[in-house]
Design a protein around this ligand. Structure first.
Ligand SMILES: [Zn+2]
Length: 277
């Protein structure tokens, strides 16, 4: 199978591509639960002068991502699903591919003009980048690093309930990295700002790409050092120490690194208890 050079594909040339992920109005299109469409599904759609982005460079199966117009969408016998719903209902692989496609399409749509001189951008010949036709400045897809941290104190973990949509859950503390910070600096600052606690012995555990809209979540454990819980009242509605035997509702480990951090701590705590018996 032969790839086109570069990351941008003209819709007039489908050689080497079998599958597409289709989008309309920010949601993913599917047909009988299948989110991958074949080239033959698109014959009726009269796609001509749009442009697609290469999604995956797998040797055996490259996917393209494409946003349909209203008219094209109406011609297709398709259902729509949001990325958040896919997180709950789809396989990890489908969610991960759809998350990557969503981020690339957002980036492409919001970088059609140069931020420095205002001229239109064009696809880079070899790299996944858009280059200014006026001043040649290039724009690459951006990810935003965040830390997420489980603060622990003996047999207790610090969990917080956030204001907003998912407010029934208690979860780890989290926040965006700022310019010039190491992830460990961010852990110290965020915990201090959100709940007024000082932490130490910060250790990296694992990470997760989180496409809402474009984060890289870096997961840590940190030990309590000093201070009393004092919530900021802006992001955090409530925070408490919870005994490992009496946890509130937390995010599922199957979908989020927050849930995985909690699960890992519970496992290591159990193992420690077994060793001490
Ligand atoms: Zn420019």
């Amino acid at each position: 199978m032969k790839h086109n050079p570069g990351y941008f594909w003209k819709l007039t040339d489908f050689s080497g591509v079998e599958f597409l992920m289709l989008f309309h109005d920010g949601e993913i299109l599917h047909q009988r639960e299948n989110v991958l469409w074949s080239i033959s599904d698109l014959r009726e759609l009269e796609i001509t002068d749009c442009q697609t982005l290469l999604l995956l460079e797998s040797e055996s199966c490259p996917y393209l991502a494409l946003t349909l117009t209203d008219q094209q969408f109406l011609k297709l016998d398709a259902h729509k699903i949001s990325l958040r719903q896919m997180l709950l209902d789809s396989s990890i692989e489908n969610f991960s591919n759809a998350g990557k496609a969503t981020q690339l399409l957002n980036w492409y749509n919001t970088h059609q003009y140069c931020g420095r001189c205002g001229a239109a951008t064009v696809p880079h010949e070899r790299e996944r980048a858009l280059t200014c036709g006026g001043c040649t400045l290039s724009f690459y897809p951006r990810i935003n690093p965040c830390v997420i941290v489980l603060v622990v104190k003996e047999n207790k973990v610090l969990l917080a309930r956030h204001f907003g949509k998912a407010s029934a859950f208690f979860s780890c503390l989290a926040g965006f990295m700022e310019v010039g910070e190491t992830p460990e600096d961010t852990v110290v600052r965020e915990v201090r700002e959100e709940v007024g606690i000082e932490v130490e012995n910060i250790r990296y555990i694992k990470s997760q790409s989180w496409p809402f809209p474009s984060q890289l979540m870096l997961g840590f454990f940190a030990d309590y050092k000093s201070g009393e819980i004092l919530v900021d009242g802006k992001e955090i509605a409530e925070a408490n120490w919870f005994n490992v035997d009496a946890l509130p509702i937390t995010p599922a480990a199957s979908i989020s690194v927050a849930g995985q951090l909690i699960e890992l701590f519970l496992k290591s705590f159990d193992m420690q208890n077994q060793l001490n018996k």
